[in-house]
Design a protein around this ligand. Structure first.
Ligand code: HEC
Length: 452
């Protein structure tokens, strides 16, 4: 990954601040989106299997509706699923400037797998639509009294469709699950600087801290999926239409228990994930943010309980937004942990940033040819000396009145005006502003050697 260190420059403090913010936004978008995508695909694939033999069954309808309601367009999928992981990767790259570790490699692997997974899942979703078209076609043929017989090609096509759909859905899900393991692994590893030098990605990914964080990620995703199903099927825009009561009762019960059981395990996993942090990662803000996140999770659980007991679906919107807030707090907690864990690393990066800045400035002066001394020798020495007058006055007589004000002197050199009636006017030397400044700086410094 050496080429990566070429495109990354050591960030300074303002730059780091921006990077922390970018990381927060990326994680806050990514967590709820990916959680719901994994959950939705998991249950759609499951119910699709369960209902595969009867297209009219509740299960098949549910599998189809989940994809329809919870998985938005492919653009949204890439925008909220892949772009945030890529920008988090970029931020980690800057944070870890000039240190060797597996973090960036793990994050890039995660991005590629997410891309593949999302592509497959959109193929899976598209197959539902095609199946619907085939169904309509079959219905039309069935109505035709003379033909009654469904042509063989259609039956074959349908069988192929079914098989490829299962493949797309299954493999898409596997890609997203494995990608998440890489993602969680990379994000855990970055908070653990002691491991950077020798952690091998495959072994580290199956260590206890990563597995706990992974379970937390999946469990939060499942809770959010349940709540999102309740919200999009029953709360949003008056809820789903043209479905039997049986179907609605089934979905409500399924999504309610899914959300409820996931959300009561969530606090346990959340607290365990705190214990997995390396001592460097702890800070006061980590506890405050963590406590807030926990309170919101418990509050959501409370709403869910009311919903299940009294089937009060009107809370689904509140729960949906509460979950989004808790995902934001969880992201903030992660950024805060990374920040505390990287304190030493940031100090190192600071020094590098300063050095880089110095080196860069020097190169700039040389490259554009703005050296005060060279300009003096080429453009001024014909008329000026420091200690005696030539065509123009001696610098030691005229410069003291500038009082070391480089800008003021540069303004004169850039555009000379008439000053002393004993001298002819000084011709404009046609310098660029930067050059005027450089030569002004040079003569102001140099004239001190001639001070009386
Ligand atoms: C062709 C001759 C000539 C060249 C070349 C020339 N100067 Fe001068 N310079 C003069 C003369 C003549 C004056 C006096 C003008 C006046 O008092 O009005 C002067 C005055 C000055 C003053 C005094 C201004 C003041 O406030 O009293 C400074 C400073 C100065 N020159 C800097 C420069 C620098 C820097 C360069 C090179 C980029 C330069 N000059 C090139 C002829 C020249």
């Amino acid at each position: 990954m050496d080429f990566l260190s070429e495109i990354v420059i050591p960030p300074n403090e303002t730059h780091l601040q921006v990077l922390r913010f970018v990381l927060f936004i990326s994680l806050a978008l990514f967590f709820p989106y990916m959680g719901a995508t994994i959950g939705a695909t998991m249950f759609s694939v499951y119910f699709n299997r369960k209902g595969r033999n009867s297209r009219g069954s509740i299960y098949y309808r549910f599998a189809c509706d989940i994809m329809d309601k919870l998985i938005f367009s492919k653009g949204v999928g890439l925008g909220l699923g892949v772009v945030p992981v890529l920008s988090a990767t970029f931020v980690y790259m800057q944070f870890m400037y000039e240190t060797k570790s597996a973090v960036v490699g793990m994050m890039i692997t995660a991005s590629l797998l997410y891309y593949l997974g999302i592509t497959l899942i959109y193929k899976y979703k598209a197959n539902f639509d095609i199946e619907e078209v085939v169904d309509t076609l079959k219905a039309v043929i069935n109505e035709d009294k003379e033909k009654k017989q469904i042509p063989e090609e259609i039956e074959e096509y349908e069988a192929g469709l079914k098989a490829s759909k299962t493949t797309f859905g299954g493999w898409g899900l596997v890609c997203l699950m494995v990608a998440s393991l890489f993602f969680v692994g990379g994000t855990s590893l970055i908070t653990n600087p002691g491991e950077w030098a020798h952690a091998s990605p495959l072994i580290y990914m199956f260590s206890v801290p990563v597995l706990i964080n992974y379970c937390f990620f999946i469990c939060a995703g499942l809770a959010f999926t349940g709540i999102a199903i309740l919200f999009y099927f029953f709360g949003w825009n008056g809820g789903i239409k043209n479905r039997s009561d049986n179907y609605k009762i089934y979905v409500k019960r399924f999504a309610g228990s899914l959300a409820f059981y996931s959300i009561i395990i969530l606090p346990v996993l959340f607290l365990s994930s705190f214990l997995t942090y390396h001592s460097h990662a702890f800070s006061a803000s980590l506890f405050v943010i963590g406590a807030l996140a926990l309170i919101i999770i418990l509050l959501t659980a409370n709403f869910l309980y009311a919903l299940i007991r009294n089937s009060e679906i009107k809370y689904s919107g509140a729960m949906f937004y509460l979950m989004i807030v808790s995902f934001s707090l969880i992201s903030l907690k992660d950024v805060s942990a990374i920040n505390a864990a990287l304190k030493e690393q940031f100090e190192k990066v600071h020094l590098l940033a300063e050095e880089y800045q110095k080196k860069h400035n020097k190169i700039e002066v040389k490259d554009t040819g703005i050296s005060g001394e060279d300009i003096f020798n080429a453009k001024c020495s014909a008329c000026h000396k420091f200690d005696t007058k030539l065509v123009g006055p001696a610098y030691k007589d005229v410069l003291p009145k500038y009082n070391d004000n480089v800008k003021k002197l540069a303004a004169f050199v850039y555009n000379p005006v008439k000053v002393n009636p004993d001298f002819p006017p000084m011709p404009n030397q046609g310098l660029k502003p930067k050059e005027a400044e450089a030569v002004a700086q040079y003569i102001l410094t140099k004239v001190k050697d001639y001070a009386k």
